[in-house]
Design a protein around this ligand. Sequence first.
Ligand code: GTB
Length: 215
Amino acid sequence: MNPVITAFKASPDRGRGLARDMQVRWALEEVGQPYDVRLVTFAEMKEFAHRAIHPFGQIPTFEDGGLALFESGAIVLRIAEQHSGLLPADPDARSRAIMWMFAAQATLQPPIVEFGMAMILERDKPWFEARQPMLEQRVRDRLAELSDRLGDADWLDGAFSAGDLMMVTVLRRLGSSGLVEAYPKLAAYVARAEARPAWQRAFEDQRAVFEASGG
Ligand code: GTB
């Protein structure tokens, strides 16, 4: 039996690969593990059956045999631990790859998501004009630091790993803001990841779901 993941039946990202099933699809594609997808509506996500797996009523989830997981980072880590290709064999390098997964989720993602959510939800608020430059600067600070660390390397720590997978996924949340493009090394890093056949298969599969939902 293939593992089963959940994804939006009609994703609000309009097929841009920004919803968090994307990193799970990408990880499964990287390791060559076939999978099935259960598409859920917003209403279905809040029903008891889905909340039994995901207490917060969200996607993605991952079911494999008797195991049910939520949280995209935990799911990607599980996939990386069960298959070769996303975590180095050397224990120290493995810990550093996992460190980068945490850095993506815990250090880069919060300011990036706060900046993006304010753009979407707070444009008409009286505080928007005063607050947004501060949120943008927080993102720029992190991007500059990440760019410095990446330098001219292809990936964050040697070979491509689950750390890069999570980091690129978070950077893509900045979408058309132009912020990633302001750091050419990061823009090239994201482009390198998007050129991976596994990323392209994952992207096309989630895009096909959006097209099928009526676009
Ligand atoms: N920390 C959790 C994880 O990493 O798995 C967060 C999961 C999460 O935020 N899930 C979102 C969800 O189910 C979808 S991905 N939301 C429905 C709800 O809470 O009711 C977040 C997301 C949504 C939309 C866009 N977009 O339109 O661009 C991008 C990302």
